[in-house]
Each structure stands twice: as structure tokens, then as C-alpha cells.
Ligand binder design. Structure first.
Ligand code: CMC
Length: 428
């Protein structure tokens, strides 16, 4: 194939170089388009065909259902690695040695104390505030308590910001949940692993010692790994674009959390469970909801189905489905919701509407079932997604800053009124 793309506009022809990635993805480099053509731009709503950056972090192939972080397959990472190793690999490019991992973990633990005044902010939220709104606000508020983490240019300053947020974020997650439940805001223990510490902070009761359950630790570890990065999705693109203005890491992450909140993105895990509950309450008639999902006059969508990139299967969903079975079995939970989910999946996989549009269960379809079995309230599901996605956001932000990417600033095609003279209010 030639390494040039040709564009004809009227009588003029323009040439643009092709860029080929390490997995042979080809892109037309249109950096010079506006200059060469005298201002012609491109239109691509939802950026379905637009590559916003070159990235060496995550590869995914939607047709073949492949997902790899730094070259390692998601299946192998979920089976063999732990979340902190994966976080290190995502952020710094290589799996850590034992010494590197120990130092990383120790630095994170050293930075995990959150300014006590943050509790006053938490106190000011109404108890029914959605945890994602609270988490986004608290993450942004961390900027005020850690001003040295804002203007970070050197790799050393970046490292310090990174370990700070990896240490403090789980505390904010736990406090967000505990406040809602009326429990005291506690800390974990430096002697615990990262994920064990998360569980202790979330679930420890004030009047009894928290006992770790290996099944829960493994399940959460796996879930966090599966959510850790997903290249240029809505929240990650948000983090990169906010960070491109050199707003600090915490402010960029706060924006990412808000983007993740939406039900078409990370908020789908909450929406899936609410949908499954509604189907159960309605007598378990999955066919009725399948019909609603296919009816173009009905806004209802089958939550947890479909993906912008995966058009064959979502490899994360495959792993999670197995994990959901394991966790429920180990915990002795018999959740009728799981049967409804499986029934719905079977129907959709054999339904022409879903097959034709290549709509398959995505990562969020089964994750909520595991979270629920673990005792995590439904409103916290997207917060758990954010906890998993944190290293991915950090890695993407760091890559963007080290790559000295320009500020993100898309163009538009204006379709409004042409110039018109101002009308005095008495004449309108
Ligand atoms: N239920 C029913 N129909 C659907 C669904 C669904 N869940 N998803 C897509 N469609 C239809 C859609 O109506 C359209 O039909 P038509 O061609 O007749 O107009 C066609 O499939 C293509 O859909 P689209 O909205 O153009 O596709 P998209 O790439 O813009 O959207 C999506 C992807 C994930 C937003 C969408 O599939 C969806 O809304 N799914 C439900 C929400 C969900 O589970 N989100 C979690 C995504 S995975 C976690 C994450 O990374 O955020």
C-alpha cells in the first residue's frame, strides 16, 4: 500500500502521509489539512473516525475482541497479575520488578493520608448525593489541599502526584460510601495489599475487626484490572483534553470521573442492575424488555449491551461472566438477577436486531452482579469503575504531558445565522 492518501477538492489535489501503528492500524495524518486547503476542516460527530493521539498504552481490536495493556493480554493479566502491578505497567510502560513494585506501593502508602478538612466537605453534601458527584468534587478539592501537585512538569513531580492520588483516591472512595451509610470515616492499614486495604476501608465496622475474604480480594483485583484502561474512551479523552490545558492531574481526573458517570459510559453498571431489578419486579419477562429495546419509539436501551469499538465480543465481559459465577458460588449467594441476566444475554445473542447491529454484552453487564454479591451498594458501582480506571487515566495523562501534546481544541462547522444588525429590545 502507498503511504500517501490523496484528497481531491474541486480541481485541487492534496496529499497526506499515512501513519501505521505497531499493530498495523493505518491513519491519515491530516495535521496540515487546514493550512494546505485554506481552512477546510473535517466533521466527525462522536469522533467515530478520529484518532486524537498516538498512544503506546492500550491496544484494542474491536473486531477480534482483543484488549492488551502495554502488549500484555487482558486474559493473562487478569489471571496472573495484581492490580498494582498492572497500574505500574500502564503508567510506566513495563511490568515492575519486585523492588520497583515494593517502592511504588510504599510511596503510595506514605501519601495516602487525606487532609482531615476534606471531612468537612463530605459533611456538607446531602446524604442522598450521588457518590460519583461527591467523588468528582473531592478529587478536584484535593488540588486545593495539595497545591504542589498542580504545576507538574518534571517526571519527579509527576511521580509524586501519581503516588499521591493512588494513595488518596481509595480513601475518598471508601469515605464516600461510608458517609452515605453513616459509618465513621476510617483509614486502612499500611500492612495490607492495595486491594485488601480498599476492602478494609470500605467494609470495616466500628465494633469488629475486619476479616479479609480471599474470594472477594481476588474478585475485586480482577474487576479493577479489567477496568484499568480502555484507550481513548469518553472519560479518558476528557482527562487528556482537560490535562492538555495544563490543568493539574487531580482536576483532569475529576473531569474524567464526571464523564464516566453517564449511563452510556461507566454509569451503565448501575443502570444494568437497576434494569435487571426492574425486570425481576415486573415478573421476569425478558421478552417484554427485548421488545422495548428494539422499539425505536421507546428510549429504553438494553443496558450493558453494545460498544462503540467491540463488534464481536467484549473480552472483559467473558472474564467477568466466569468471575460472577465463581464469586456467587463461593459466597453461597443465589441471585435471581444472574438468571435474568443470562436469559437476556441468550435472547439477545439469538435476536436478529442485536446480531445485525453486533450488540454483545459489555464489561458492565455482569460486573454489577459481582459488586452486589460483595455488598457494594448499587450507587457505588460506577465509583468502583473509577477506582479501576484511575491508573489508565493517569497513564494517559502522563503520556500526553510527556509527549508535549498541544492543547486540545477541535474545530466546528458553523451553521448559525450570518451577520445581522442588533435589534433594540423594543423592536423584537
Ligand atoms: N440496546 C438497544 N439498541 C442498541 C443498544 C442497546 N444497548 N446499543 C446500540 N443500539 C442500537 C442503536 O439504537 C443503533 O440502532 P440503529 O442503527 O437502528 O439506529 C445501533 O444499535 C448502533 O448504536 P449507536 O448508539 O449508534 O452506537 P454507539 O457506538 O454510538 O454507542 C453505546 C455505543 C455503548 C453507547 C451503546 O451501545 C449503548 O448505549 N449501550 C448501552 C449502554 C452501555 O451499556 N454502555 C456501556 C459501554 S461499555 C463500558 C464503557 O466503556 O463505558
Amino acid at each position: 500500500m502507498s503511504d500517501i492518501a490523496k484528497l481531491q477538492i474541486g480541481d485541487n489535489q492534496y496529499e497526506f502521509p499515512l501513519i501505521t501503528g505497531t499493530e498495523n492500524e493505518v491513519a491519515i495524518d491530516i495535521k496540515t489539512l487546514r493550512g494546505a486547503t485554506g481552512g477546510v476542516t473535517t466533521i466527525d460527530p462522536g469522533y467515530k473516525n478520529t484518532g486524537s493521539c498516538q498512544s503506546a498504552i492500550t491496544f484494542l481490536n474491536g473486531e477480534e475482541g482483543i484488549l492488551r495493556y502495554r502488549g500484555y493480554s487482558i486474559e493473562e493479566l487478569a489471571e496472573k497479575a495484581d492490580f498494582l502491578e498492572v497500574a505500574y505497567a500502564l503508567i510506566f510502560g513495563e511490568l515492575p520488578t519486585k523492588e520497583q513494585l515494593e517502592k511504588f506501593h510504599s510511596d503510595i502508602k506514605d501519601k495516602s493520608i487525606v487532609d482531615d478538612d476534606i471531612k468537612k466537605i463530605i459533611d456538607a453534601f446531602p446524604k442522598n448525593a450521588h457518590p460519583m458527584g461527591v467523588l468528582s468534587s473531592l478529587t478536584s478539592a484535593l488540588t486545593a489541599f495539595n497545591p504542589s501537585s498542580v504545576n507538574v512538569d518534571s517526571e519527579e513531580d509527576m511521580y509524586n502526584s501519581v503516588v499521591k492520588i493512588l494513595g488518596k483516591f481509595p480513601v475518598l472512595v471508601a469515605w464516600t460510601m461510608r458517609k452515605k451509610q453513616g459509618l465513621p470515616l476510617n483509614y486502612g492499614s499500611k500492612s495490607l495489599g492495595y486491594v485488601e486495604n480498599v476492602l478494609k476501608m470500605m467494609f470495616e465496622q466500628p465494633n469488629e475487626e475486619y476479616v479479609q475474604n480471599e474470594v472477594l480480594v481476588n474478585a475485586l483485583d480482577k474487576l479493577l484490572i479489567l477496568h484499568a484502561d480502555h484507550e481513548q474512551n469518553c472519560s479518558t479523552s476528557t482527562v487528556r483534553i482537560v490535562g492538555s490545558s495544563h490543568a493539574g492531574l487531580f482536576a483532569s481526573l475529576s473531569a474524567g470521573i464526571s464523564a464516566l458517570w453517564g449511563p452510556l459510559h461507566g454509569g451503565a453498571n448501575q443502570a444494568v442492575l437497576e434494569m435487571l431489578e426492574a425486570i425481576k419486579e415486573d415478573g421476569g419477562d425478558t421478552k417484554k424488555y427485548m421488545a422495548k429495546a428494539k422499539d425505536k419509539n421507546d428510549p429504553f436501551r438494553l443496558m450493558g449491551f453494545g460498544h462503540r469499538v467491540y463488534k464481536n465480543f467484549d473480552p472483559r465481559a467473558k472474564i467477568i461472566k466466569v468471575a460472577a459465577d465463581e464469586v456467587l458460588k463461593e459466597l453461597g449467594v443465589n441471585d435471581p438477577i444472574l438468571d435474568i441476566a443470562k436469559g437476556l444475554e441468550q435472547e439477545a445473542l439469538n435476536d436478529e436486531y442485536f446480531v445485525k447491529r453486533k450488540l454483545y454484552p459489555n464489561v458492565d453487564f455482569y460486573s454489577g452482579i459481582i459488586y452486589r454479591a460483595m455488598g457494594i451498594p448499587v450507587e457505588m458501582f460506577t465509583v468502583m469503575f473509577a477506582l479501576g480506571r484511575l491508573p489508565g487515566w493517569i497513564a494517559q495523562w502522563r503520556e500526553m504531558r510527556l509527549g508535549k501534546e498541544p492543547i486540545g481544541r477541535p474545530r466546528q462547522v458553523y451553521t448559525g445565522e450570518n451577520y445581522r444588525a442588533f435589534k433594540d429590545i423594543s423592536n423584537r
